[in-house]
Design a protein around this ligand. Structure first.
Ligand code: PEP
Ligand code: MG
Length: 763
C-alpha cells in the first residue's frame, strides 16, 4: 500500500487532533457537501479534502475494493494526484490491505515499524509516520478503506478513530450511490450462482428483499442531534424493557439453560459500551438508525471472517439485537412484516416466528444463509408454500436489495442478477410447472384409487393453522401428522394452557369433519424453541434428550399439553400420538399421564372428548420390533421413516454426506417395513406412514407394494401422488415389490424406476 505519501500543498502541518466534537464537525461538513454537490463527479476529492482539513491530516485517501478484491486509490489529498485511478494494491497488501482483510480499524503511531508496512517507491512518497485506516463497510462487505496519515508520530485518539469510522459509514452510501461512475466493485453487478440446500421445492423469480432492516441513505443524518439522542435512548429503553418482560414471562425454567439467549440479549442491551458507542455516533450527527447500522456493519463484517463458533454465535446475537433495535426505531417491534409482493426474502438467518410474520406478504421465495436455523424456517416456508433454500454461505453480502434472484428449489441453487436468457429460461419452466399444477387441481375430488380398485388414504402433514387450508385445496382425507411443536418453536415464550387449547381447537374446527392426528410435542434434537435457549450440547442430539423422553421428564409441562388437547377436543374425537417411543414402557407411561388428565377433567366436571384414540409413532427399530406388544394398548401406529431410517442405517438424516449412501428402497429397509405392516395387521392396529418417503413417488409405490394403505405427506405432494396412484395396477406392482424384498441387498431404485416406466406411471 501507499503507506507513505508525498505532502500536497500543505507542507509540514503541525499534527494536532481536531477540536472536541470532531466527528460532529466532520459530519456536518460532509452533510453540507453531500447536499450541495449531489451530482458532482469530483465529490470524493472534496470528501478527502474536507476530512484532511478537518482532521488536520497530511494525507487523506480513499481506496475502493474491486471485484478481484484489489484496492484502487480513487481519491487523495496529500498523495500524488497522478496515482489516483492507477495505484492498485493487491488484496492483503500493506496496511490498507490489512484493514480491508480484517474489516477493523488500524491505528499506528509509527507505521514503519509494523511488519505489514509496505513501501511503494514508484509513488515517490515521503515518509508518513502515523496511520489511521478504517474499513468502509456496507452490508457486511468491505467496500474499501479510508486512510488518514500524518508526517509526525501522532497518536490518533479514540474520538478521532470513532469519527473516521462514522465518516466511513456515510462514505459507504456515497460511493455506493456513485458506483456507476466509478469503475469499482462497489455495487455488485455480476451474476452470481450459489448452491445450498433445498428446504422447500419449487421455482421462483423475484426481487431481493433483505430481511435485516435497511437504513435508507436519506435517513443518515439527524436534523436535531439532541432530539435524536432522546429517540435513541427511548428505543434502547423500550428494547431493554421488552427483553426484561420476555424473561419474566418465560416463567419457570423448563429446560435447564432455557433463558440463556434472552440473558445474552439482556447483557448486551444493558452493556454501557455498546449503548455508549451508539450515543456517541448520534452525538456526531448520525440519525439513530444510522448509528445502529454503523455498529451493526462492524459486527457483520467480523462475522464474515469469524471462524470460532462461539464468537460467531455472540456476533449473531449482537446482530439480532441491533436488528431488533432498528425495528424498535422504526416503530415495528412486532406484528406483520411487509415486503413488496412477489419478493424473494433474503436473510442471514430467520426464526420461524419472524418468517411467519410475512405470511400475508405474498413472498415468491425464501433464501437463507444459515442452514441450522433454516431447518425451522423450512417448516414455515413449506406451510407458506414458497420455495426455500438454506445453507447459502455469504449470501447477504452478495445480494443487494432489489437484485433479481432466481430460486431453483429443485436443484438447491440460486442465481443472483442472472443474465436475461437465464431469466427467460426459468420463466418458461415456471409456466410449465404452473400448467401442471392446474391440471393436478382437477384431481381434487377424485379418490386415490388404483386402476384395480385399491384405495389409498392420503393425508397431509401440518403444523400451522393455515396448513389446514390445504386440506380442501388438495382434497386430502385429513391430517395424518400435526406437528404440535411448531407452535412452541414459533413462540418466544412458552405457550400457556389457554393458548395451546385455543390453537388446537382452531385446527380441529378448520379441519371440519376430517380427522386430525396431533403428535405431542417433539422438541429437542435439531428442533429448538426460542424459550429453550441454548442447552447443554449433546454429542448425538438425534439420539439424545428429545421428544417423548423430554416430555416424560417434564410431566407438568407434558400434562399441560395433554390437558389442552383434551379441552380442545371436547364433544368430539381426540386423536393423538407420541413421538420417538423407544419402548412399550415409555408408551405406557405417556398413556398413564393422559389417563390421569382425563380423570382430572372428569373429577372437575370439564367437558370431555367423546372418543380418544392414542397412537405410537414407530420411529425407533426397538419399537418396530415391539409392535405386537402394543396390541390392546395403542389404537393406531404411524411410521416416522425420517427418524426410523436414520436409526436403522445409523446415518444422520441431516447429514447429506452419509444419508445419501443408504436407501429406503433396499431389501433390509423393505424387510423391516414389511414386517412392521404385517405385525400391525396381526395386532389389528391401523398403520400410516408419515415420514417424507410417503410423499415420494417411488417410495410410495414401494410402500403400497408392501401393503401400506395410509400415507401422510406435505400437502403439495397430494395431487401428484393421486395422479400416480390412479395409474397403478396393484396386482402387477405388488409381485415386483415382493420380489425385490427377497432379492439382493443393494438399492432397487433403478429397478423401481423401470417398473414405473414399464407401467407408464406418472412419476
Ligand atoms: C419422522 O421422523 O419421519 C417424522 C415424521 O417426524 P419428524 O420428521 O418431525 O421428526
Ligand atoms: Mg420423527
Amino acid at each position: 500500500m501507499s503507506d507513505r505519501g508525498r505532502s500536497g500543498d500543505k507542507g509540514m502541518t503541525p499534527a494536532r487532533p481536531p477540536a472536541g466534537g470532531g466527528a460532529r464537525l466532520l459530519l456536518s461538513r460532509l452533510r453540507a457537501l453531500m447536499a450541495n454537490q449531489a451530482q458532482d463527479p469530483h465529490r470524493l476529492d472534496r470528501v478527502v479534502e474536507l476530512i484532511g482539513n478537518t482532521m488536520v491530516a497530511d494525507v487523506c485517501s480513499i481506496y475502493l475494493s474491486s471485484e478481484d478484491k484489489s484496492l484502487l486509490l480513487v481519491a487523495t489529498q496529500g498523495l500524488a494526484k497522478e496515482a489516483v485511478g492507477r495505484t492498485r494494491l493487491a488484496e492483503n497488501e500493506g496496511l490498507v490491505g490489512l484493514v480491508s482483510a480484517t474489516a477493523r480499524p488500524l491505528r499506528l503511531t509509527d507505521a514503519f515499524s509494523h511488519p505489514r508496512f509496505s513501501y511503494r517507491p514508484e509513488t515517490g512518497e515521503d515518509p508518513f509516520h502515523s496511520f489511521l485506516g478504517v474499513p468502509i463497510l456496507r452490508g457486511g462487505r468491505v467496500l474499501g478503506v479510508l486512510v488518514v496519515q500524518n508526517r509526525t508520530e501522532r497518536a490518533y485518539d479514540d474520538e478521532e478513530a470513532e469519527a473516521l469510522q462514522t465518516v466511513a459509514m456515510v462514505l459507504a452510501e456515497l460511493v455506493s450511490a456513485a458506483a456507476d461512475q466509478l469503475s469499482s466493485g462497489v455495487r455488485q453487478t455480476r451474476p452470481v450462482a450459489m448452491t445450498g440446500r433445498t428446504l422447500n421445492e419449487g421455482l421462483a423469480i423475484g426481487k431481493a428483499h433483505l430481511y435485516d432492516p435497511v437504513v435508507p441513505p436519506a435517513r443518515l443524518f439527524a436534523a436535531d442531534p439532541d432530539a435524536e439522542e432522546q429517540r435513541l435512548n427511548d428505543a434502547l429503553e423500550a428494547l431493554r424493557t421488552s427483553i426484561d418482560a420476555m424473561l419474566t414471562r418465560a416463567g419457570p425454567v423448563l429446560f435447564g439453560e432455557s433463558r440463556d439467549v434472552l440473558e445474552t440479549y439482556r447483557l448486551f442491551a444493558h452493556d454501557p459500551s455498546w449503548a455508549g458507542r451508539l450515543v456517541e455516533a448520534v452525538r456526531s450527527g448520525l440519525s439513530a438508525e444510522a448509528a445502529v447500522d454503523r455498529v451493526r456493519r462492524e459486527h457483520r463484517a467480523r462475522l464474515e471472517s469469524a471462524r470460532d463458533g462461539l464468537l460467531r454465535e455472540r456476533l449473531h446475537d449482537l446482530e439480532d439485537l441491533e436488528n431488533r433495535l432498528l425495528r424498535q426505531l422504526d416503530g415495528n417491534d412486532g406484528g406483520g412484516r411487509e415486503a413488496p409482493p412477489g419478493a424473494v426474502l433474503v436473510a442471514s438467518r430467520i426464526g420461524p416466528a419472524e418468517l411467519l410474520e410475512y405470511r400475508d406478504a405474498d413472498l415468491a421465495a425464501v433464501v437463507l444463509e444459515e442452514a441450522g436455523a433454516g431447518s425451522h424456517a423450512a417448516i414455515v416456508a413449506r406451510a407458506m408454500g414458497v420455495p426455500a433454500i438454506g445453507g447459502l454461505t455469504g449470501l447477504v453480502t452478495r445480494v443487494e436489495d432489489g437484485d433479481t434472484v432466481v430460486v431453483d428449489g429443485e436443484s438447491g441453487t440460486i442465481q443472483i442478477r442472472p443474465a436475461a436468457d437465464m431469466v427467460a429460461n426459468y420463466q418458461a419452466r415456471i409456466a410449465i410447472s404452473d400448467q401442471k399444477l392446474e391440471e393436478l387441481a382437477l384431481l381434487r375430488d377424485l379418490p386415490a384409487r388404483t386402476v384395480d380398485g385399491v384405495e389409498v388414504d392420503l393425508m397431509i402433514n401440518a403444523g400451522l393453522s393455515f396448513d389446514l387450508d390445504h386440506l380442501d385445496e388438495v382434497g386430502a382425507k385429513g391430517v395424518g401428522l400435526f406437528r404440535t411443536e411448531f407452535q412452541f418453536m414459533a413462540s418466544e415464550t412458552m405457550p400457556g394452557l389457554d393458548e395451546q387449547a385455543t390453537f388446537y381447537r382452531s385446527v380441529i374446527e378448520r379441519a371440519g369433519e376430517r380427522p386430525v392426528v396431533f403428535r405431542t410435542i417433539d422438541l429437542g434434537g435439531d428442533k429448538v424453541a426460542p424459550f429453550m435457549g441454548r442447552r447443554e450440547r449433546e454429542e448425538n442430539p438425534a439420539l439424545g434428550w428429545r421428544a417423548l423422553r423430554m416430555a416424560l421428564d417434564h410431566p407438568y409441562f407434558f400434562r399441560r399439553q395433554l390437558r389442552a388437547l383434551i379441552r380442545a377436543s371436547r364433544g368430539g374425537t381426540l386423536r393423538l400420538m407420541f413421538p420417538m417411543v423407544a419402548t412399550v414402557e415409555e408408551f405406557d407411561a405417556a398413556r398413564k399421564l393422559l389417563d390421569a388428565e382425563m380423570d382430572w377433567a372428569v373429577k372437575f366436571g370439564r367437558d370431555l372428548p367423546n372418543r380418544v384414540f392414542v397412537g405410537a409413532m414407530v420411529e425407533t427399530p426397538s419399537l418396530a420390533f415391539s409392535i405386537d406388544k402394543l396390541k390392546g394398548k395403542a389404537d393406531f401406529l404411524s411410521v416416522g421413516t425420517n427418524d426410523l431410517m436414520q436409526f436403522f442405517f445409523a446415518a444422520d438424516r441431516d447429514n447429506a454426506r452419509v444419508i445419501s449412501r443408504y436407501d429406503i428402497l433396499s431389501a433390509p429397509a423393505m424387510r423391516l417395513l414389511l414386517r412392521m405392516r404385517q405385525r400391525a395387521d396381526e395386532a389389528g392396529l391401523p398403520i400410516t406412514v408419515c415420514g417424507e418417503s410417503a410423499g415420494r413417488p417411488l417410495e410410495a409405490l414401494m410402500l403400497m407394494g408392501l401393503g401400506y394403505r395410509r400415507l401422510s405427506m406435505q400437502a403439495s405432494r397430494i395431487a401428484p401422488m393421486k395422479l400416480l396412484i390412479r395409474s397403478v395396477d396393484m396386482s402387477a406392482l405388488t409381485p415386483r415389490v415382493q420380489a425385490a424384498v427377497e432379492g439382493g441387498e443393494g438399492t432397487i431404485r433403478n429397478q423401481m424406476l423401470s417398473v414405473a416406466h414399464e407401467f407408464d406411471l406418472m412419476i
